[in-house]
Design a protein around this ligand. Structure first.
Ligand code: NAP
Length: 331
């Protein structure tokens, strides 16, 4: 089969396009999927650079979310039939013609949802939904700040924050990126500096956020980290929840007096682990997301699509910090 393999640690240029890789056999609890679309996510880059918490044995194909049709099922799998339209979380292996996934991470696709949208529904929306609804308990009428609001997870959080009835403040590193978040429904926006922040820039960012939300921000959704954390946290409301989602700009430290002074919670959001620990909750969350999609409240924004043989180019676009929305590999 055709695939793109990581054969050594490094950036996208270390990937090798192959046409003769063996088709994987599903184990007893797995479903083999003929992949028609795979969506890229920042963890795919971290994985090939050995910077992610998972370390699959090489050679492996990156690609953690796919959509396609059921091609084979393991001996213990009875809830899927051949040819059925499905989407799945795969951790790795998605940039290939075929991939196997545990049946607990496979879900059926509603009839009117195209494969490219389905491939982009799980990692970003399910992470944002798990974070906002189940970890952050975002309530109607509360104020939500989304950092990195035009990225994959961030843009999903903007849409889902609106769907939950919050006032959404989007933050991003350029006006162009902010415009994307506004199109997705953000009520207000703020542009932050894209490089290293001076102390003055951190104070300015905190001041601007406080001006936008004088009563404080109820929930902060943070897939960015780095030097944005402290100024963002300083704008949180009493009793607020700071959702630690990712570290695109690095892992931050925070003075521990701040959560005390704000009576606020720092809440870890680890969706990939949560769905392993509670697969039934995962399937209910996917059903909720499909309902939101069918009612038009969420719609994956596909920035660009690439063929499998151009995966290196696609991953370079993702690593450039220029991407707004999802990059899809069509197979
Ligand atoms: N906790 C979980 O369960 C979970 C699940 C999925 C993903 N994640 C994590 O969430 C983070 C974002 O993932 P994603 O797929 O949404 O990524 P993405 O589409 O690349 O978006 C990341 C955003 O971070 C901002 N950013 C700031 N500094 C950056 C840098 N040095 N390089 C790249 N982007 C930078 C960018 O927005 P601005 O330019 O506007 O700042 C960018 O839009 C990653 O750390 C990922 O591992 C966590």
């Amino acid at each position: 089969m055709r695939t793109v393999l990581s054969v050594e640690k490094g950036g996208p240029d270390t990937l090798v396009y192959r046409t003769d890789a063996p088709v994987p056999d599903p184990s007893d609890n797995e479903v083999r999927i003929r992949v028609l679309a795979a969506a890229l996510n920042l963890p795919d880059l971290l994985l090939i650079e050995d910077k992610y918490q998972d370390r699959p044995a090489r050679p492996f194909a990156p690609g953690s979310e796919v959509a396609g049709t059921v091609d084979a099922v393991g001996s213990n799998v009875s809830n899927f039939r051949l040819g059925q339209r499905v989407m799945a979380v795969t951790s790795s292996g998605g940039l290939a013609e075929f991939v196997c996934a545990p049946s607990t991470k496979v879900s059926t696709i509603p009839p009117e949802m195209p494969f490219d949208h389905a491939s982009a529904l799980l990692v970003t929306y399910a992470t944002a939904w798990h974070g906002l609804k189940y970890r952050g308990k975002l309530a109607k009428g509360e104020t939500l700040l989304v950092l990195g609001s035009s990225g994959g997870v961030g843009l999903a959080a903007v849409e889902l924050g609106k769907a939950l009835g919050a006032r959404v403040i989007a933050a991003a590193s350029s006006e162009e990126k902010l415009a994307v978040a506004r199109e997705a429904g953000a009520d207000d926006g703020i542009v932050y500096p894209s490089g290293s922040l001076t102390s003055q820039q951190q104070r300015d960012l905190s001041g601007s956020l406080k001006a936008l939300a004088p009563g404080g921000i109820s929930v902060i959704f943070d897939p960015v980290g780095g030097e944005y954390v402290e100024p963002a946290f300083r704008s949180i409301a009493w009793g607020g929840r700071y959702l630690v989602v990712g570290f695109a700009a690095g892992i931050a430290s925070l003075p521990m007096n701040l959560p005390l002074l704000k009576g606020a919670d720092i809440v870890g959001v680890y969706w990939a682990q949560a769905i392993v620990r509670d697969p039934e909750a995962h399937q209910s969350a996917v059903a909720e997301l499909c309902d939101l999609y069918e009612s038009g409240l969420i719609r994956p924004r596909i920035q660009s699509s690439f063929p499998l043989e151009s995966s290196v180019e696609a991953l370079k676009l993702l690593s450039s910090r220029r991407a707004t929305g999802k990059i899809i590999i069509e197979i």
